[in-house]
Design a protein around this ligand. Structure first.
Ligand SMILES: NC(=O)c1ccc[n+]([C@@H]2O[C@H](COP(=O)([O-])OP(=O)(O)OC[C@H]3O[C@@H](n4cnc5c(N)ncnc54)[C@H](OP(=O)(O)O)[C@@H]3O)[C@@H](O)[C@H]2O)c1
Length: 253
C-alpha cells in the first residue's frame, strides 16, 4: 500500500537539498528561522529575508557556525516594500546566484483577533499587505528566474483558518484563504511545467505567533518548529517533483 503522507515520513539528510538556492521569508524568527537553518543543514544555500536585521544576522552566524554554506541576508519590511523593491530583489538574486530552486513564503502577521466589525481598516490593510500582497509581488518578480531552474518549488504557508473561516480570526483568516487561492491559480497555470506550487499548514507550533493567539496555552504541549520540518524539506526537495496544487498538513489532527 502506498504511503498517503510521504511528507510526514520524509527523512532529512545532509544532502536532501544540496546545490539548491532557497529564499525563506520571515527567516529571523519562529518557523522561518528553523526552516532556514534546517534547509542549510540539508545542503542548501539560503537567502534570509526578513524585517529585523539583528535576528537575520543571528541566523546567518548560526548557519556559518554549523559549517553550512554561507547564507545571504536580504533585509526587507514586507509592509512597506514596493514592486520596484521586489524587482530589485529579483535582480540581486539573479546576479548573485543565477538560479533559484525554492521559495518558502513563511512571513506573516496575525493582526488582532476580534469581531469582524471591530477590525480597523489600517490593521486589515497591514495583514493583507504582509501576508498576501507581498507574496503576489515577490512571485511576479521571481517567476522568470524560477522558470529557468529545473524542478523549482514554491511553498506558501497556510493555516486551518485558511480552509475554514473562524469567528474572530478576521483579516488573518481572509489572508490565508487568499494564500491558498494564489497557490491554486499558480499551480494551475504551471500544470504543464516542472515548477510547482503548494501550501504547508504547520498546525499548532510553539512560536511567538501561537503564543499571541493562545496566551493561556502551555507552549510545552505543542510541537516545536523542528518537529514539523520533514514536510518543509520534502516540498523543497526533488522527491516532491510532480506534487503541485496541494495543501499539506505537517501534523495529524
Ligand atoms: N505557529 C503556529 O502555530 C502556526 C500555525 C499555522 C500557521 N502558521 C503560519 O506559519 C508561518 C510562521 O509563523 P510563526 O508562528 O513562525 O510566526 P512568528 O514567530 O510570529 O514569525 C513570523 C516571521 O514573519 C516575519 N515578519 C512579520 N512581519 C514581517 C514584515 N513586515 N516583513 C518581513 N518579515 C515579517 C517575522 O519577522 P520579525 O521577527 O523580524 O518581525 C518573523 O520572522 C506564518 O505564515 C503563520 O501564519 C503558524
Amino acid at each position: 500500500m502506498t504511503n498517503q503522507y510521504p511528507h510526514l515520513a520524509f527523512e532529512i539528510h545532509e544532502q536532501s537539498l544540496s546545490n539548491k538556492v532557497i529564499l525563506v521569508t520571515g527567516a529571523g524568527d519562529g518557523i522561518g528561522r528553523t526552516a532556514a537553518i534546517t534547509f542549510a543543514q540539508a545542503g542548501a544555500e539560503i537567502i534570509l529575508l526578513g524585517k529585523t536585521v539583528n535576528k537575520l544576522e543571528k541566523v546567518h552566524d548560526e548557519i556559518l557556525e554549523m559549517g553550512c554554506k554561507q547564507p545571504c541576508i536580504l533585509p526587507l519590511d514586507l509592509r512597506g516594500a514596493t514592486e520596484s523593491d521586489y524587482e530589485g530583489m529579483a535582480s540581486t538574486i539573479t546576479g548573485q546566484f543565477k538560479r533559484l530552486d525554492g521559495v518558502l513564503f513563511n512571513a506573516s502577521v496575525l493582526g488582532n483577533l476580534c469581531p469582524f466589525e471591530q477590525i480597523k481598516a489600517s490593521e486589515y490593510e497591514e495583514v493583507m499587505q504582509v501576508n498576501v500582497n507581498s507574496q503576489f509581488l515577490i512571485v511576479k518578480a521571481l517567476l522568470p528566474l524560477l522558470r529557468q531552474t529545473a524542478l523549482a518549488s514554491v511553498a506558501f504557508t497556510t493555516s486551518s483558518v485558511g480552509r475554514s473561516g473562524r469567528a474572530f480570526w478576521g483579516a488573518y483568516s481572509v489572508s490565508k484563504f487568499a494564500t491558498e487561492g494564489m497557490m491554486q491559480v499558480l499551480a494551475d497555470e504551471h500544470k504543464n511545467s516542472t515548477l510547482r506550487f503548494n501550501c504547508i499548514n504547520p498546525g499548532a507550533t510553539r512560536t511567538n505567533m501561537r503564543a499571541k493567539a493562545f496566551p493561556a496555552e502551555d507552549p510545552k504541549t505543542l510541537k516545536t518548529a523542528d518537529d514539523i520540518m520533514p514536510t518543509y524539506v520534502y516540498l523543497m526537495s526533488d522527491i516532491s517533483r510532480g506534487i503541485t496544487g496541494q495543501s499539506l498538513d505537517c501534523q495529524f489532527k
